[in-house]
Write a protein that binds this ligand. Structure first.
Ligand SMILES: [Fe+2]
Length: 309
């Protein structure tokens, strides 16, 4: 997958000036499966916040499991509140709130072509060393996969993730794989059946389609055929050791202090090593795309010859 490096000043100036042509080009690169890479993050973390994020591991290891911030509820999870001092939890909560807001502010301008037609999803802090983690196959991050949320179907909305490597000295090491249509071609129709519209979806037609608008929150709703397929694809990629062995791999090291963003539901990715990363997820309306035809729901619908979400 191509990595497009963008200088911090270029990103900030284009965003501030509303340079429509440049911003559309970057959005199109992103949608085509590119990684937009900012060698210096355009969303810097206040030094005091950085100190807290990097320093707490030694002090309160219980704080550092899998920390998530849910902006819609202003809620912090993954922190063991019982064994962590209340002020430390509150401090971390405030830092994650600030981080989430600052990424949203930047992307509101940088991804101006989307006109904020997205749902601000969770932010996360990943303080665990990725190399050598002991996880079950489906949870492993070091196997190439495309993202799908088991309990939160996106119904065709795209998963955009903005990362920040806050490790002071070490890179975060990624590998990416082939373009989405090629990956789908690897698995269908032999290993995975192409998605088919379910009866309810076919019957309800347009009425259902309009009811699936995310409307500011992601409803806890049943998976659409699109979600079902994306979940199966995620699992099939991780569980297929032959695919993991032979598929195309490109290695990239994200520098300390850098940021990058990618549509992780289409770009196969894995993290091989690295520690201390922040991440903010957006669920983006596929209809807001600069190139709507490249959205995975459209790609799959074309293959299936039916509406899937
Ligand atoms: Fe992932």
């Amino acid at each position: 997958m191509p990595v497009h490096a963008i200088a911090k000043e270029a990103a900030l100036n284009a965003a501030k000036d509303g340079d429509a042509e440049k911003l559309r080009t970057w959005a199109a690169q992103l949608e085509a499966g590119g990684v937009l890479y900012f060698p210096q993050t355009p969303v810097p973390i206040p030094i005091a916040d950085l100190g807290v994020l990097l320093g707490q591991k030694q002090k309160h290891s219980s704080l550092h499991k899998n920390i998530a911030y849910k902006p819609n509820r202003d809620e912090l999870t993954g922190v063991d509140a019982k064994s962590s001092p209340a002020e430390a939890v509150e401090q971390l909560h405030a830092i994650m709130r600030r981080y989430s807001k600052s990424v949203e502010n930047f992307l509101g301008e940088f991804l101006a072509p989307y006109q904020r037609r997205w749902v601000l999803d969770y932010a996360s802090y990943r303080p665990i060393e990725e190399q050598g983690r002991d996880l079950s196959t489906r949870k492993r991050n070091d196997l190439l996969h495309t993202d799908a949320f088991p309990t939160r179907p996106t119904k065709g909305w795209r998963i955009l993730r903005f990362f920040h490597n806050i490790h002071p000295t070490r890179t975060r090491d990624w590998v990416t794989g082939d373009a989405f249509p090629k990956v789908v071609g690897n698995f269908t129709p032999g290993k995975l059946a192409l998605p088919r519209p379910d009866g309810a979806l076919a019957k309800a037609g347009k009425g259902l389609a309009s009811a699936t608008g995310l409307g500011g929150l992601v409803p806890q709703w049943k998976r659409t055929p699109y979600d079902e397929f994306m979940m199966q694809l995620h699992n099939a990629m991780k569980e297929d050791s032959e695919f993991q062995g032979v598929c195309t791999k490109e290695y990239f090291q994200f520098a300390p202090g850098s940021s990058w963003m990618v549509y992780t539901e289409t770009v196969p990715h894995a993290v091989l090593a690295g520690q201390y990363a922040l991440e903010q997820t957006f669920l983006v309306d596929p209809a807001a795309m600069v190139e709507p035809e490249l959205a995975p729901v459209r790609v799959l619908e074309k293959l299936a010859g039916a509406r899937l979400a």
